[in-house]
Design a protein. Structure first.
Length: 267
């Protein structure tokens, strides 16, 4: 709001100045070679330039329109600054200080507009870059989340069946540690793939957490989703403990991941 207010003030000052210098030019129109007429004409041109620039910057601030035009505006400002700096140098010994003071004011005004526009351009580019990075991280997170989640669910089902069969065949005399070690060795390839998927999810989550384009609520949802999938995958890749406890935890962990994934679909 502060930027828009400043631009509004500059715009209306430009309008008022243009009206004043237009009136002055009209009064001096009969003496077109006169000093006052030439001065007022230059000031009128400057006022019109200010109106155009401030109008464009306002549109840029509101809508983020084509930044190439802002670059052109910045270049024109640089050229104008150089011209008036040269004029200042040529008239620096002016006894009445009229031209030198006027040129200094114009240089300062154009410089401020250039700096303001440059700041807006840089901010726009940074925002666009962060937006693209955020969208890329989002796609990576969601894709890996879905694949890793389904792979983990499949592994857990296989582990549960194999653990149950091992207990049944041994009349429940076999040690759980021996059974779980055997199961882990059998599914070593699947476990490594799940761990790779979790690592990709972790990386995408870190990128999202460090991205200023993402809102605090979106960051919270992604981080919670990462924690849920981590607990789910850990339960499958680090199988241990008692069979009943292992089975009881599968459904609650799975439900949390499903809820998180549904929330991710809405972002």
């Amino acid at each position: 709001m502060t930027d828009l207010l400043l631009l509004s003030v500059i715009f209306w000052l430009g309008i008022i100045s243009a009206i004043i210098f237009s009136i002055q030019c009209y009064k001096e129109r009969k003496v077109k070679e006169g000093k006052k007429y030439r001065t007022n004409k230059k000031l009128l041109i400057c006022s019109i330039s200010i109106i155009i620039i401030s109008w464009y910057l306002t549109a840029f601030t509101l809508f983020g329109i084509i930044n190439g035009l802002l670059g052109v505006t910045a270049c024109l400002n640089i050229v104008a600054i150089i011209i008036f700096l040269i004029r200042w140098f040529l008239y620096r010994r002016d006894k009445h200080k009229t031209k030198i003071n006027r040129n200094i004011v114009i240089v300062l005004l154009l410089t401020s507009l250039f700096l303001y526009g440059g700041e807006k351009l840089i901010t726009y580019h940074i925002t666009q870059q962060q937006k693209e990075e955020y969208l890329t991280s989002q796609r990576s997170f969601k894709a890996c989340y879905e694949v890793t989640g389904s792979t983990t669910e499949e592994l857990l089902n296989n582990e549960a069946d194999e653990w149950y069969n091992a207990l049944t065949q041994s009349n429940e005399n076999a040690e759980n540690a021996v059974i779980t070690t055997t199961i882990k060795n059998k599914h070593d390839k699947e476990i490594k793939n799940i761990e790779k998927g979790l690592a990709l999810i972790k990386t995408a989550n870190q990128q999202i957490q460090n991205n200023d384009y993402a809102t605090p609520e979106e960051k919270r949802i992604y981080h919670q989703a990462y924690l849920n999938i981590k607990h789910f995958t850990d339960h499958a890749t680090k199988i241990n403990g008692e069979y009943d406890n292992f089975i009881d935890q599968i459904e609650p962990l799975d439900d949390k991941c499903v809820k998180s994934f549904n929330k991710l679909k809405n972002i």
